[in-house]
Design a protein around this ligand. Structure first.
Ligand code: IDP
Ligand code: MG
Length: 141
């Protein structure tokens, strides 16, 4: 089944010049890019997007970081997209990420870990809708 996931190329990766290389990983892994935008999140947007983490010790640092500079938000499509993208990006902590994963190769630290990936189909739908209208996405052929 073709389904969707939501990705962010985070501000650390953009600042460090990895935007192109990470887009290339996305394309080489056969994800179809349904939508992509270069944005700078407001603090309020970052707080809303990561509302599930409100109250955790890293929430303040995370929302500050995510609104600290440009990032790219993407809607991706592939068979089992959520699982496939989590495998492509690797573990949350780059120190634990498998060789060849995006976080292993491009992340800065546990907090500044280069990319985001949805953790379920349900959250992927919500996260895509947070940044894209359906009309902005490339239509299914
Ligand atoms: P995920 O991005 O792999 O799904 P989550 O546990 O959902 O990981 O955490 C969301 C984001 O919050 C992480 O990608 C990372 O940027 C940040 N984060 C998670 N745990 C920590 C921590 O212990 N310290 C600092 N930042 C963290
Ligand atoms: Mg998560």
């Amino acid at each position: 089944m073709n389904n969707r996931t939501f990705a962010i190329i985070k501000p650390d990766a953009f600042r460090n010049g990895y935007l192109g290389q990470i887009l290339d990983r996305i394309i080489q892994a056969d994800f179809r890019i349904l939508g992509a935008k270069l944005i700078r999140m407001t603090r309020q947007q970052a707080e809303g997007f990561y509302a599930v983490h409100r109250g955790k010790p890293f929430y303040e640092e995370l929302t500050r970081f995510m609104s600290s500079g440009p990032c790219m938000v993407l809607a991706l499509e592939k068979e089992n997209a959520v699982t496939a993208w989590r495998e492509t990006i690797g573990a949350t902590n780059p120190a634990d990420a498998a060789p060849g994963t995006i976080r292993k190769d491009f992340a800065t630290s546990l907090g500044e870990n280069a990319v985001h990936g949805s953790d379920s189909d349900e959250n992927a739908v919500k996260e895509i809708a947070f940044f894209f209208t359906e009309a902005e996405l490339i239509a299914n052929q």
